[in-house]
Each structure stands twice: as C-alpha cells, then as structure tokens.
Design a protein around this ligand. Sequence first.
Ligand code: LMR
Length: 330
Amino acid sequence: MKLKSVLIALSAAACVTSTAWAQAPIVIKFSHVVATDTPKGQAAERFKQLAEKATNGRVKIEVYPNSQLYKDKEEMEALQLGAVQMLAPSLAKFGPLGVKEFEVFDLPYIFPNKTALYNVTEGPIGKGLLKKLEGKGITGLAYWDNGFKIMSANKPLRVPADFKGLKMRIQSSKVLDAQMRALGANPQVLAFSEVYQALQTGVVDGTENPPSNMYTQKMHEVQKNLTVSNHGYLGYAVIVNKKFWDGLPADIRTALEGAMKEATTYEKAIAQRDNDMALDAIKKAGKTQVYNLSAQEQAEWRKVLMPVQKQMEDRIGKDLITAINKETSK
Ligand code: LMR
C-alpha cells in the first residue's frame, strides 16, 4: 500500500512540475549597445523570433538594445555574473576580459575584403579564438558582421597629418589605441552610448565606426567631416554565459544553435546593404562632408598604419597575425 501511495504522490508532483514548467519559459536576456535598426540589432530581433519558434515558446528571448540594460564595460561583467545570458560585443572589447587575441580583428587593413574575413571567422582560426573564451566562463556561438570603418571629425581627414592632436574616441582596444597614435591623434576610450554627447560637447573631436553606427546614433549631425577610409574592420562575437548554456536541456540548446545559425546567415546578408544605405542617408542628410580618399591618399594611410601590425605582435601573437595574413592572401 505504502509504495503505491508514494508512486501516486510522485506522479502528481511530476505533473505539477511539468505543468508549472510548461508555464514558465526559460528566459534569455540578450543585451547590446546599438540601435535596433542596425545589422546587429536586426539580427538580435531575428534570433528572438527564430529561437522562440524553434523551442515552441519554451524559451523567451528578451532583447535590450541601445545600452538600455548595460553599456560597454558593464555588459561583459553582467554576462559573467549571469545577470544577462547573451551579448554580441564588438571584437574590440575582449581585451579587458583578458583575451587580447581578439584585437587582431582591429588591426588596420588586416582584411582585404569580406570573403577573406569570413574565411577567418568561419574557419579554424575563428573557432580557435571563440574557444579561448571558455576559460572566462563564456561560450562563443557565432560571429556577426558590421563591415569596415570610416573616420569622422570636424575637419577634413585626407592625409595622416590631418589627425595630429585630435582627440579620437575608440573602443577599449590597445590596437585601436596604437592605430590612433600612429596617426598622431590622442585616443580616448569611451562607451558607445557616450559617443554622441562627447562629440557634441567637444570632449572628443572625432571617432571611427561603420556608417550604420554613425547614422543610427546621429553622429553625422555633430561631425562636419567624414572620410570613407575602410581602414579597419568592426565585427561581433555572439556570446553566452557558459554555465547557463551548458545547463540548458540538450534539445533546447540544439534548437537555439539552429536559430543562431539562421540568424547569422541573415545578419551577414544585411550587413553590407545596411551600411551602404546608412552612408547614402548620411550624404542625403547634408550635415557632413563625405570624402573618398584618392589612391595616393589611401597609400599614405597604409604607409602610416600598416606598421601597427608589427607593433602589436607581442600583444596579439605573431603566429596569429601571420596565420590570418596567410589565410587572407589565398
Ligand atoms: C563601438 O563601441 O563603437 C561599437 O562596438 C558599437 C557596436 O557594438 O557596434
């Protein structure tokens, strides 16, 4: 009799649990620092749709764009503490975490084009870099793209000498610090959410970013000059708290991996188009002078900036730089 009553009690408990469980989805907080109307912002929304559909609502993705929840430095700490479960930080923001190798993506002219870049991020080099995050309690799921950066200031930026003495905002990357110093500028690390106001008030004189970030943050309204330099790359790693991710039911994790794969394909398909549209919109707004470098001027920029690759070998690793240069010259 006793065994029967125990079995009845257990099955009742299981039923309650499963009912309770069916009502309480697993919540994934996805925090990022850019506007929704950017490649990363759109991809985060697409991932939400795909993930909730693929898990039949057993997972709920809460997207917090535009630094609403956390800004640059805070977001990585929040992820490691488990206060948020997913981020997609710029690859330039992993140095402070102790994974300096990611700053290889910041090296001027390291990627001749997107195809070469994708060969790195989707191949063994990219996978090896994501693996390095695991020691920090982070699992890397994918690379998202936001294209090549342009420069802005309140004076024409045509030759390297034009940067002399300018306070230029950068992301928290020693490579970007070296890049700006090579141009004769004074680099200033600021959170992305603080850039517009810093430009407006003159705390900094200029900055760099892809057009989609410049336009959606209205930076073109407080910068008189913009140079389409494409001197460096800006991409993202989509990352999750490792403990949280490993603790998910296997079928849920598989469904989320599939949703992330599809969202990544979508993100890469819109990145270039969105940046081209943003640059056109900046030109149409008519508030900033958009300048394209001549071949001669491009050669002058390369001459000044290429030595940064050698200068940063000790920090990033000579072998990694050599491997990427070999991969991208195929
Ligand atoms: C920046 O801080 O300039 C960028 O990383 C913002 C972003 O995430 O695209």
